[in-house]
Design a binder for this molecule. Sequence first.
Ligand code: BGC
Length: 484
Amino acid sequence: MAEQQVVADLRENCATPASLLRDVAAAMADEMCAGLEKEGGSRVKMLLSYVDKLPTGREEGLFYGLDLGGTNFRVLKVQLGGNDKHVISRESRELAIPPHLMSGSSSELFGFIASELAKFVADEEQGTSLSNGKTRELGFTFSFPVRQRSVASGTLVKWTKAFSIEDAVGKDVVAELQTAMQKQGLDMHVAALINDAVGTLAGARYYDEDVVAGVIFGTGTNAAYVEKANAIPKWEGELPNSGEMVINMEWGNFYSCHLPVTEYDQSLDNESLNPGEQASLFYSLPVLAVEHWLNCILWFFQIYEKLTSGMYLGEIVRRVLLKLSLQSSIFGEIDRTKLKTHFHLRTPHISAMHHDNTPDLKIVEEKLKEILEIAGTSLETRKMLVEICDIVTRRAARLAAAGLAGILKKLGRDGSVDKRRSVIAIDGGLFEHYAKFSKCLEATLIELLGEESSKFVVVKHADDGSGIGAALIAASQSQYRNVE
Ligand code: BGC
C-alpha cells in the first residue's frame, strides 16, 4: 500500500547504522582540524571565542546577562559570591521577541532589547544604585555565528534559526547593543560577547572541572570546547598565557556525504529562511551522481542543525505527513490547509505524540485533530504516526551522538588515548524535554564508544548555562577585576 511504501522509504533513507555514525564522527573530527587550520577551511567554522580561561569559582560581584538566541530572550542579574560560594542570588525575566522584529531592522531589534533591559534594571534596582558608582557590566549571549576579534566584540556572519535581519549581517552586534543602550540612557558596559554553547561550557565548568565541551540541542544546535592554543594554526595573534582557547564550533553547518539526507530535508532546506547558497540555481537540474554530490555541498546550509534540532524535527514530520496525505487515503478527505503550513507542526507536538503511552494512542488522536485538523484516524494510522516521529527523532539523536563522538575523538578522549573523566554538558529544550531524544543520544554514544571507554565519559544536563555563563565570563573580563 502507498502509505506503507512512504514509511518504508523514510525508514530506509533515515537509517543510521553504527558504521555510518562512525564515519560521521570521523568526518566531524576531520572537519574540526580543517576549520582550525585556516579561515574558511571547513564548513564547520571553528570560531575563536577569545575566552582563554574558564571560570574558577573565585568570580565575585554583581553582573548582568542578556541571552538572545531563540524566540525568547532573557535578561538576568547574578550575584557571584567568590571563593567557591558560587551564585548567591539571581533574578531573571524572560520575554518573547515580537515576530516582526525577527525580520525587521537591526536598530529595531536592539532598541527593543535595550528598552526591556532598561526596565528590568530599573525594577531590580528600584532607585538604589547597586553599582557603587561603577558602570554596570553585562555578559551578552548571542547565539548566532559571530566572528570575534576580541572577547567583547564580534560581527554577525549569518543569521540562523528564525531570524533574518539583513542589515545586521556584517555589523558588530556589541556596538549595536551599546548604541541602543545609550539611547535608553542605560549606563551599562558589555564586558563579554559569547555564544550559548560557550556559555554552557563556562557555566558547567564553574561547578565541575572535568567538563570538556558545552553543547546545545534546542531550537538550534552547536558545540564549544577547549582547544590547545598551539593546535590552532589559523590563529595569528599572540598566544594567551593559559595556552588554551575556547572554540565556538558552529557545527550546525557540518556536512558529510555520510549524512542521511532525504527528499524532505532537501525541500526543507530549500524553502527555509536560510537555504543553501546555490539552492535556487541548482534545484531543477537532473540529479546525476557527481552533480548530485556537488549540489549537496553547495546546496545545504546548517544541514546538521536541520537534521538534529528542535526548530526542524516537527517540520520534517509535517512534510512526511503531507506526502502521505497526497499519496494515500489514510487520512480520508481532509482540508490540507494546516498540513501545508510550514512549521505548523512543532517539535513539542511530535514529542507529545511520540511519548503517548495510552493504549489507543489518545494523545496522537487529539494532536492530529487539534493541530492538523485530521480527525477520525484509525489506531493503525496513529501507530504509523508514532513510527514516523520515532524515525525522524532517532536519526536526529543518533547523528547528535555521532557529533559528540567526533569531538571526543578529536580530543583523544574517546577512550583511545586519554582515560581521564570527560564531561559533556548539554543544554537546550530538545535535550531537556524530549526524553526519547536524550535517551537515544546517550545510548548511541555508549554504542559508539563501547562499554569500556564510555565509562570515562559523562553526559550531563547543564541547566541555564547560557545565562550564568555570560555573567561568569563578564566577571572574568571585568574592567574592575584587579582594582579591589
Ligand atoms: C547558531 C549557534 C547557536 C545554536 C544554538 C545555531 O543556529 O548558529 O550560534 O549556538 O544555534 O542556539
